[in-house]
Structures are given as C-alpha cells and as structure tokens.
Design a protein. Sequence first.
Length: 270
Amino acid sequence: MTTLPLPYRVTAVSAENADCVSLEVAPVGRALPDFSPGRFAMMYAFGVGEVPISVSAIPGGHRLVHTVRAIGAVTGALCRLRPGDVLGLRGPYGTGWDLGAAAGSDLLVVAGGIGLAPLRPVVRHVLDHTDGYGRLHVLIGTRTPEDLLYRGELEDWRRSSAQVEITVDRPGPGWRGSVGVVTTLLDRVESAPDRTTALVCGPEVMIRHTARALLARGLPAHRVQVSLERNMRCGTGHCGHCQLGPLLLCRDGPVVGYDRTGPLLAVREL
Ligand SMILES: Cc1cc2nc3c(=O)[nH]c(=O)nc-3n(C[C@H](O)[C@H](O)[C@H](O)COP(=O)(O)OP(=O)(O)OC[C@H]3O[C@@H](n4cnc5c(N)ncnc54)[C@H](O)[C@@H]3O)c2cc1C
Ligand code: FES
C-alpha cells in the first residue's frame, strides 16, 4: 500500500445535485490495490489539499467512482475538476462493510444525505449476488427531493428486488412521498431482527438515532454496522487526528459495529 498519492485522471464527471459531483477516475500509470465497499481514499486536489472520500462505485478495470459534496476548500476544488484533469489518490484505507457477517441475512441499508455514497457499492454488490443474502431494504433520508443522490439508479434497484423508501426534510411542490426523519421509514420494513444486518451511514446524529431505534426493535448492536466520519490527516493510523476513544477511525473504522461505537458516541453527547 502506497502512502504517496498516485496520479489518477478524471474520466467522467456527473452532477448528482446542486453541490455533489461523482468523479470517475482511472490510473495514469500504476493503480492502487482493489477497493471494497465502505473503504475510502485520500483524494488530493493538487495545490489545495487532501481529504478522505469513500468509494461510491467500483466499475472495474481499475476505475473508481467517488461522490464528493462541496463543503470547503478541498471538496470544492475536487467538485470543479473536469474530464482529463489529474488528481492524487492513495488508499484503500479503513475497514469496509462486513458483508461476510451479513451473508444469508436480510440487509437493511439506512442512509442520510451523502451517506448514501459509501452504501451504493453495497447495494450494487448485493443486487448482483442475491443468492448470498435475504431481502434488501434501502431507506434514504435527504434534505429536499432535489438533493436525492443517484436518482436514475434508484428505480433500477427497485426493479432488481430492493425495497427502496425515501423521506425528505423539506418537501417541494409536487412531492408526494414521505416527510420526516429517516427513522420514520423503519416501520415499513418487514424483517425479523434476528436475521437482519443493518448498515448505517449519514450525519452522526442520524446514525445515533437510527442505531437506537434498531436496538429498540431488537437488533443486536453487533449487527448494526455504522460508518463514522472524523477529521483525518494520515489515513494510516499514525497521526491520531481521527481518534474516537480507543479507536482510530481511519484504521479501526470508518465502519465499526455499534456494540463498539455506541458507548463512545453516547459519552460525546454528555
Ligand atoms: C472516512 C470518510 C469518508 C468520507 N467520505 C466522503 C464522501 O464519500 N463524500 C464526501 O463528500 N465527503 C466524504 N467525507 C467527508 C469529507 O472528507 C469532508 O467533507 C472534507 O474533509 C471537508 O474538507 P474541505 O477542505 O472541503 O472542507 P473544510 O474546509 O475542511 O471544511 C469546511 C466546513 O465544513 C465542516 N466540515 C468538515 N468536514 C465535515 C464533515 N465531514 N461533515 C460536516 N461538516 C464538515 C468544517 O468544520 C468547516 O466548517 C468523508 C470523511 C471521512 C472521514
Ligand atoms: S488520520 Fe491519522 S491516525 Fe487516523
């Protein structure tokens, strides 16, 4: 694994909504080792800086897709890249979603906002390997209907057997779907807690509320996998920037069971 960024060329750019862009990139020379769903890269916008970004699709042929929300200097620069531009990439880092532990069970994917990005490769993987899993439920919470990511793809997921439910914080004119927080969608899922694995990603407050609601429904904490964000610098477990209690989230996370993270997140609320 290299700790120096390798040059990757932007091969395609798609605007997902007003502030999120998906960048497909391919190695200019040597490629990074293979990524798996839930792992992340440190993406370097030359002359601006480096940030952790999850892989949002793994199309093959050493190409990778990352969905970036422009919130500051580095993510803003990444979102302005055009096809042909070059960025730096190192990784893959962190733990991925533990799909081995989920094998044979129903999968409940719960995403808030840009949290759908690291979960998209899981959905695609499960839909490509339906024999290995039970039913797939995807619950998505987003600010407004216009903020919904991967709009064109959600119908494909439904057609390929996934239950996809969406709720928004603020409905616009013409929205006939659900309004409210993502936990309100849990009542629509028919799945026995003892054969369900939940994968949750989104803002930390959403993760806490979702995990607690799942525990209240009888899911054991170790079957609730959450992906957590922290400020990261090295990505390799050396600088300590991403510490959460005894965990370094770049190395021990970002995906960790709620049995390990629940108590640590509760302490941060005090
Ligand atoms: C493991 C991991 C995976 C990630 N995957 C993705 C991804 O797939 N797509 C994506 O768009 N982002 C992802 N992020 C978040 C991304 O790394 C941050 O948005 C980025 O570091 C911000 O850098 P910046 O220089 O653009 O903004 P900064 O200038 O660093 O920040 C701008 C403002 O946003 C605030 N801020 C910074 N980071 C966050 C954050 N994570 N959440 C909310 N507010 C924040 C800052 O406090 C500041 O006010 C991930 C983070 C981690 C740790
Ligand atoms: S980012 Fe340096 S230890 Fe995690």
